[in-house]
Each structure stands twice: as structure tokens, then as C-alpha cells.
Design a protein around this ligand. Structure first.
Ligand code: SAM
Ligand code: SF4
Length: 326
């Protein structure tokens, strides 16, 4: 199998695929509450176009795809797309990031379609706080999580964005919830992305201190998880539970970056924190051949930037996470 290698010698084997930039929540670190400036529907790649691009990536050595957004379950027919992607040659692992609001309805179909692993965003277990952060209802997310547990997703990971003054009193409660339900917890540092990123910067919390706090309450040892990506894991001794720390700001992991992001409009973003990109939609709709498509992708990967500069230039990235494909 050929390999996609960038100019810093990093093999690229993972694509985060945003199937929509729309969302049924408004997490305040991700999308401004009054945001409606979504991509024109005709600019959003069709399932056929997505399948074609992902087939090209599969032929070039990409093994893993994560469906994301916006909220991927807002896109009609997502399980059908999942089944088509899972069947592509070379693709070994298909996963989903979701807010779980609509998960109860779709969990079974997604598992049947070949989605093996799932990450659910959950920053709080308190309904009023959940409403304040996301403008949505916590009970729907809990229903979605319980449906995921009934289905055969393994593992189920909760992504909690750690925010000073917002949910920094809830890490212990979240660990206990995950212990009870056999979930993995991943804590994430807020990143300055788009306008809402300013808010995220105000609440930034260095996870190194959170790790120390948790170590006082739980017996933690370094742990390893398959498909862990940039998270550094600790295991709660005597249990199977892992806590991941994702620290793009305090300890960035760009030197081992293995991913690119395909936005819903067909823009291939080479780095979450930089503007370097390749517009694939005009190529696809302009009749490019399969060989031409692969060549364009290889050329773009050669331009993948060395690292993000969230610390050095915190206001540099003007798009929101929901646009890039978080
Ligand atoms: N809607 C799905 C969800 O919430 O899981 C998938 C897309 S969402 C953009 C993917 C992840 O990005 C979520 O876990 C969310 O918490 C994270 N995220 C969004 N904006 C962020 C920011 N400014 N800093 C850190 N994480 C962020
Ligand atoms: Fe929607 Fe996910 Fe962004 Fe929250 S983090 S607004 S759920 S896309």
C-alpha cells in the first residue's frame, strides 16, 4: 500500500471528514449562538463526491476516517454514507464524533453500517449548565449515550472541553460517571478558533494542573489506548477506565500529526490551526480524473504545515471548528 508522507516525514493515514457545517447545538467555544452563515447547500459535497474523495485517500494509504461536523447526525442518511465508506478498499477504521442529541435514533443503524468507535461531546452533567454551554437539552444526550451503550460501539469516549470558571468543578463527577458506564473520558484544552475562540481563550485551563488534581483523588498510572491519537492516557488503577488529556496548547503534538480534514464544502484543510488548503469541489465538479484527484491530494499533503501557532498567533484562524471538521 502506498503511503502519503508530508514534507516533515509524517505519514498521513487519517482523515476527519466533516459531512455538514450545521449543528443542532451552539457550544459557545465552537459556534456563536446567533450563527446562521452556513455553507450554501449546493456547495456541500454529495455522498457520491465524498465517496470518491475518500476512495482516493484509501488508495493513497489512508486507513482511518472519522465522521464529524458540525453535527454529523444532522446530515440525512448518515448511516448510508457510513456503510459506503466502511466498504472502501484500504479503510480499516470508521468512527464518529457526535453531540449525541440524535444518537438514540441512529445508534443501531450506525453500528450495522460499520461505525465501530464513537466520541461524544459532553462538558457537564448538570442540565442548567449544559443549557448555558450548548443551548440544548442534556436528557437527549444522556438518552443517546445509553443507546450507544446498548449498541456495540467500543470504546465510547466522552470529550469534555475543560473550561476555567465553567465546568472546572466537575472533573471528578465526570470520572465517576464514566466509571459507572464504562466510558473513556478525554479532557480537551480550549483552542482559539474563530470568533467564539475568543471566549474559549478567556476560559482556557492548562490540563497539567487538572491532571494533578485528579491524581489526588484517583490512583492513576500511565495507560495506553488503541486509536488514542494525540491524547495522553492515564488509567484509574483497579479499573479499565482511561482518562485522556488532549493538550493542543500546553503541550502540542504537531510532530506526530497524522491527519488532514475535509470540510463539508470540499475544502481539504491541511492543519487545524493554519489556512493552508486545497479546494477539491471545483476539481470534482470540473471532471477531474481519479489519477488527477490522487495527484492533487499528494501535492496538497506536501504543503502540510509543520505546526499550528495557537499560542504565538491566537487570532490567526478565522474559521470555526464546525467549519473545519473538529
Ligand atoms: N458535533 C460533534 C461533537 O460535538 O462532537 C462533532 C464536531 S465538534 C466541532 C468536535 C469536537 O470539537 C468536540 O469534541 C468539541 O468539543 C471540540 N471543539 C469545538 N470547538 C473547540 C475549541 N474551540 N476548542 C477545543 N475543542 C473544541
Ligand atoms: Fe455543534 Fe459539536 Fe460545535 Fe457543539 S462542538 S456546536 S455540538 S459542532
Amino acid at each position: 500500500m502506498p503511503e502519503l508522507i508530508d514534507s516533515f516525514n509524517r505519514p498521513i493515514e487519517y482523515v476527519r471528514l466533516s459531512v455538514t457545517d450545521r449543528c443542532d447545538l451552539r457550544c459557545n467555544y465552537c459556534m456563536p449562538r446567533d450563527f446562521h452563515d452556513f455553507e450554501d447547500r449546493e456547495h456541500v459535497l454529495s455522498f457520491e463526491e465524498i465517496e470518491r474523495v475518500m476512495a482516493a485517500f484509501g488508495e493513497l494509504g489512508v486507513k482511518r476516517i472519522r465522521l464529524t461536523g458540525g453535527e454529523p447526525l444532522v446530515r440525512k442518511g448518515l448511516p448510508d454514507l457510513a456503510a459506503r465508506l466502511a466498504a472502501l478498499p484500504g479503510i480499516e477504521d470508521l468512527s464518529l464524533s457526535t453531540n449525541a442529541v440524535r444518537l438514540a435514533k441512529h445508534a443501531e443503524a450506525l453500528v450495522r453500517a460499520g461505525v465501530s468507535r464513537i466520541n461524544v461531546s459532553l462538558d457537564t452533567l448538570q442540565p442548567a449548565r449544559f443549557k448555558a454551554i450548548t443551548n440544548g437539552r442534556l436528557d437527549k444526550v444522556i438518552d443517546g449515550l445509553m443507546a450507544a451503550k446498548q449498541s456495540r460501539f467500543q470504546p465510547i469516549k466522552l470529550n469534555m472541553v475543560a473550561m476555567r470558571g465553567v465546568n472546572d468543578d466537575e472533573f471528578g463527577d465526570m470520572v465517576d460517571f464514566c466509571l459507572e458506564h464504562d466510558f473513556t473520558l478525554r479532557l480537551i484544552e480550549t483552542m482559539p478558533l474563530g470568533e467564539s475562540g475568543l471566549d474559549a481563550t478567556d476560559h482556557y485551563l492548562d490540563l497539567q494542573t487538572v491532571k494533578q488534581q485528579l491524581a489526588e483523588r484517583y490512583d492513576l498510572v500511565p495507560g495506553v489506548m488503541a486509536g488514542g491519537g494525540p491524547a495522553k492516557y492515564m488509567q484509574v488503577v483497579g479499573t479499565n477506565m482511561h482518562i485522556g488529556f488532549i493538550t493542543p496548547i500546553s503541550q502540542h503534538f504537531c510532530e506526530s500529526c497524522n491527519r488532514v480534514r475535509l470540510a463539508a464544502d470540499g475544502t481539504l484543510y491541511l492543519c487545524l490551526g493554519q489556512e493552508d488548503k486545497l479546494e477539491l469541489r471545483p476539481l470534482l465538479r470540473g471532471g477531474i480524473s481519479d489519477a488527477g484527484l490522487r495527484e492533487a491530494i499528494v501535492g496538497a499533503i506536501a504543503r502540510k504545515p509543520e505546526k499550528h501557532e495557537f499560542r504565538e498567533k491566537p487570532l490567526q484562524v478565522v474559521r470555526f471548528m464546525s467549519m473545519t471538521g473538529g
